[in-house]
Ligand binder design. Sequence first.
Ligand code: S3P
Length: 186
Amino acid sequence: MKKEIINFPHWLQGKFIILVGLMGAGKTKLGRIVSSTLDLPFIDTDSEIEKAAGYTIQEIFDEYGEKYFREGEGRVINRILSEKPAVVATGGGSYMNAEIRNEMNKNGIVIWLRADLDLLVKRTQNRTGRPLLNTGDTKTILSQLIEERYPVYAGAELIVDVKDEPAAKTANRIIELLINHKPKEI
Ligand code: S3P
């Protein structure tokens, strides 16, 4: 069957579609669906970091610490944003860095995938590979991160509420929002 590709608005051409949000919000899964629907490449920043480093995110945190990870994350995201437009799923902490945030806002349309605590806990609880969640109780850590990060994520140009629903449904809401959006600069 032929895949249906949506014609996306003119203002979006040449721009990145950048997904931000906490761990468990579904950035990677939703990003893949959105990219395939819009016929754009898909890039996951964590995977790019792992490729560049030759280590997993967990190994980078364990061997070199978070500061080192954040430096590498910044370099990789800057490199991605200098290349061909794509749908980009970011690591949850990257938008907290003011310089990276500016670059993302400048080069793309940033979409915050907003999810509530219970959903994030449900989706991350039994998964490994997220060093920030390995240091204590998942619910307590995520609730602290919500407090710190949600006021900053709120600066995203678009916000989509992620619910406990099939990913395809959430992806459709993202695409609808993009199609109906009037960008700030127009
Ligand atoms: C992090 C989120 C992770 C990964 C790293 C740090 C964060 O990515 O970049 O473990 O600070 O929120 P996901 O949001 O894709 O899980």
